[in-house]
Design a protein around this ligand. Structure first.
Ligand code: SF4
Ligand code: SF4
Length: 229
């Protein structure tokens, strides 16, 4: 299981500063188990955002957002509400946010931060990866994680070695920042590239005392121990 925590409302509102109409997407997998992304949390956030003047065009909770085939199928039924939205706000781990961003041509924002589980990654069926950095910045990168997609974990654009869209370190792979540029261009928001991502505070990867004393944290550590035995 991937552990997540809700970003403070102030931060979510800041992320959504230029977005008025929002479609909310929760995750009925790990995020629901962490009580950060199931139906009660989606409805609560819907209410809070409405009170702050945002228009919610609809919401849905999908069993496992890390399964892109499932995400595509479930969102296909909600295209009318999604098309009315300026952006999608996703209550899931970084993998789920990336899976949604890869499936729908809409700007996609993370409502949660993904916390490190001491190196235990879990298993998911899609190619997207999350470094569990504790401070999700997918709203700055078109829903592509620069920490996992870029070989040098660069936060503010490509290195000098990017060559015709390919990575200097892994020439067989696309440069992450080429992909980020193309994604932002597709959703008409290249202006986001002018925003500067701050240096990472890796202290935020660490789970808080509140999370460490929760039942799901204890269960996850037991599972992680069993898997490594
Ligand atoms: S920025 Fe990347 S590593 Fe950090 S939480 Fe988001 S997806 Fe995970
Ligand atoms: S070429 Fe692109 S993906 Fe590769 S290290 Fe440089 S910025 Fe990162």
């Amino acid at each position: 299981m991937i552990v997540t925590k809700l970003k403070p409302l102030k931060e979510i509102l800041n992320i959504l500063k230029e977005v008025d109409k929002i479609f909310l997407i929760g995750c009925g997998g790990c995020a629901e188990a962490c009580e950060t992304g199931g139906e009660p949390q989606v409805r609560q956030l819907e209410q809070e955002l409405k009170e702050k003047g945002k228009q919610i065009t609809g919401w849905v909770v999908i069993d496992s957002l890390c399964n892109k085939a499932l995400v595509g199928m479930r969102l296909a039924y909600r295209l009318r509400e999604i098309s009315k939205a300026d952006g999608l706000l996703v209550l899931s781990c970084g993998v789920g946010v990336q899976a949604v961003a890869a499936t729908v041509d809409k700007l996609t924002f993370p409502a949660l931060d993904t916390i490190s589980l001491g190196g235990f990654q879990g298993i998911w069926p899609s190619s997207e990866r999350c470094y569990q950095c504790g401070e999700c910045i997918l709203y700055l990168t078109g829903g592509i994680c620069p920490l996992t997609a870029c070989a040098k974990h660069l936060l503010n654009g490509s290195c000098g070695g990017s060559d015709k869209g390919k990575c200097e370190v892994h020439p067989d792979r696309d440069c992450a920042w080429y992909l980020i540029y193309e994604r932002l261009k597709k959703v008409g928001r290249l202006d986001i590239l002018r925003k500067i991502a701050q240096p990472k505070n890796y202290n935020k990867m660490e789970a808080s005392q509140e999370i460490r004393t929760s039942t799901y944290w204890a269960l996850e550590f037991e599972e992680a121990k069993d898997e490594s035995a």
